[in-house]
Write a protein of this length. Structure first.
Length: 198
């Protein structure tokens, strides 16, 4: 089948789109346990970037699993496919010249390494939202930990399924000792030079 796929040559390039937007495209990948604060922090980062005129879009588990990935379970194989599809969607958005904020548990190291391969390392910033299982379970914003403890949810990351923490993330945020505001400032300060057009 792949030998019959011939890409069309379009006249407007990624470079053209980034020049029009006046910033580089970038994927900011937030990883961490459920309830760690990924979506909360990504949301505030997006607001800060949007106010600066940066063209952004946020992807998270809810808006992906309800649509493009609604056929996937939470088995290890489907988790890997979930992240692969998200990386491919992100790559299209990068080609469109956007800054993509992706907030996903993404528990497996090999899957996060695959994202770097798909979008190219230069376009990828890994943000590890480091929050302990105890704290995430205490927050339990979606009631998932309670359901997992009751046996209603299988393959719950941090409870019955492993989370492989990043060894060398670009940024590590410890939400139990850092405020959202301080965390967001660190992230925005880190990515700002990467957004600047040369």
């Amino acid at each position: 089948m792949s030998k019959h796929i011939i890409p069309h040559s379009y006249q407007i390039s990624n470079e053209d789109r980034m020049a029009s937007n006046k910033h580089n495209s970038l994927l900011i990948w937030f990883t961490g346990l459920s309830g760690s604060g990924k979506s909360t922090i990504a949301n505030v980062v997006e607001q800060k970037l949007f106010k600066k005129g940066i063209k952004t879009y946020t992807l998270d588990g809810d808006n992906i699993r309800k649509g493009i990935n609604n056929d996937l379970t939470f088995s290890p194989e489907d988790r890997t496919e979930n992240i692969r599809r998200i990386a491919e969607v992100s790559n299209l958005m990068l080609d469109a010249g956007l800054v993509v904020l992706a907030a996903f548990v993404s528990p497996y190291k090999k899957d996060r390494e695959n994202i770097r391969t798909i979008v190219k390392d230069v376009n990828f910033v890994e943000v590890y939202i480091n929050t302990s299982v105890d704290e995430c379970e205490r927050r339990d914003v979606k009631g998932l930990y309670k359901k997992a403890r009751a046996g209603e949810i299988k393959n719950m990351t941090g409870i019955s399924s492993p989370y492989e923490a990043p060894v060398n993330p670009d940024i590590e945020i410890k939400t139990e000792i850092e405020t959202v505001e301080d965390s967001v400032k660190r992230i925005v300060d880190f990515i700002t030079p990467k957004l600047l057009r040369q």
